[in-house]
Ligand binder design. Structure first.
Ligand SMILES: *Cc1c(COP(=O)(O)O)cnc(C)c1O
Length: 356
């Protein structure tokens, strides 16, 4: 049976990426060696790293003055690297979920950290709108897509101070005006590559303005100077990331991704609203994520939750169980998920409704 992969992360990748990685695991760039066993200093891999950086810049129209890094450590290490490299006196954070909360915890180690607003009062089911960003903060940090709660900031905010964004789960899902940000980062395993590589887009002029000593590996300048080759980068995930970037370009770029992502999310949210069994957890349309769609069983049908899950599983749906902190269901609709999978999920929901 065909499987429909709705996992939140690690998650679905383009078949193109999987095929190219499978080939390169056996024979990388005609070297007769596996991509897992070549030097990261070989001319073949250096070419991969260069092209991945160039293509990422091209797809997001990154202006000059910014660098693209491919690091280890996951988005979670960026929770530390951002304050370490950018906070001299004060930082500001918008708390929109578990990942923001974790980022705030790390920032507090390095200095005064202001939580400008939080949606914790409603289990993070909305994006706070009314808040003031302290003008003397060194930066303002947001999580653009809240993978667990299914909320998303879908436009580039105006900020009086340097804007920093964790875009782990919505990078390449929409066009981004990079010039409005100082740093954009994310783990690759949601929309780009297998786990193991972290992308960072950083504006160089922001660096070197803090007094603290920064460990070499955690200093962005180290990796800028060596073009992500200071130490051994995650070779295979970087190779895979390049394939996904090529696939995005071939499909028409980030704007084309956004168009189809809106269609996919629109289809699913419409069905959740129409179907008597289900309700969305995020009520404000403006705040609804187009990447992670969260929904629960309507109160009067709560006892059908386990039944729906096993019914959906029998129809080939994988990974739709909601995160434990929200419950219910979550369907992740990343770039690589075909619209046919969403159509199948919608049919499954309709069929289940008819049976109950
Ligand atoms: C998954 C995720 C993270 C954590 O990423 P790691 O690479 O596992 O550290 C951080 N932020 C967001 C928004 C995520 O979705």
């Amino acid at each position: 049976m065909k499987k429909h992969n709705f996992y939140a992360g690690p998650s679905i990748l383009p078949q193109f990426t999987i095929d190219k990685v499978a080939e390169a695991v056996k024979d990388f760039a005609g070297t007769g060696l596996s991509v897992m066993e070549v030097s990261h200093r070989s001319k073949e891999f250096v070419a991969v790293m260069d092209e991945a950086q160039t293509l990422l810049k091209e797809l997001l129209s990154i202006p000059s003055g910014y660098h693209v890094l491919f690091l280890g450590g996951g988005a979670s290490t960026q929770f530390t690297m951002v304050p370490m490299n950018l906070m001299q006196n004060k930082s500001a954070y918008l708390n929109t979920g578990s990942w923001s909360t974790k980022a705030i915890k790390e920032a507090k180690i390095y200095g005064e950290t202001v939580e400008v607003a939080s949606s914790k009062d409603a289990n993070f089911n909305y994006i706070p709108k009314d808040y003031e960003i302290p003008a003397d903060a060194d930066y303002f940090h947001i999580t653009t897509n809240n993978t667990i709660y299914g909320t998303e900031i879908k436009s580039d905010l105006d900020s009086p101070v340097t804007l920093v964004a964790d875009m782990s789960s919505d990078i390449f899902s929409r066009e981004v005006n990079v010039s409005k940000y100082g740093v954009i980062y994310g783990g690759a395993q949601k929309n780009l590559a297998p786990a193991g590589v972290t992308f960072v887009i950083v504006k160089e002029s922001l660096l070197g303005n803090v007094d603290r000593a920064i460990p070499t590996m955690l200093d962005y300048r180290t990796h800028i100077a060596k073009e992500s080759m200071f130490n051994t980068p995650p070779v295979l995930p970087v190779f895979a990331a390049l394939q996904t970037l090529k696939w995005i370009k071939d499909k028409g770029g980030v704007a084309a991704m956004n168009k189809i992502n809106n269609e996919k999310a629109g289809l699913l949210y419409s069905e959740i609203e129409r179907n008597k069994l289900f309700v969305p957890t995020v009520s404000d349309e403006e705040d609804r994520s187009i990447m992670n769609v969260c929904f629960v069983m309507d109160e009067q049908y709560k006892d059908l939750e386990a039944d729906f899950l096993s019914f959906a599983t029998s129809r080939g749906m994988v990974g739709i169980k909601g995160h434990r902190s929200v419950g219910g269901f979550r369907a992740s609709l990343y770039n690589a998920l075909p619209i046919e999978s969403v159509q199948e999920l919608v049919s499954t929901m309709k069929e289940f409704e008819a049976n109950n």
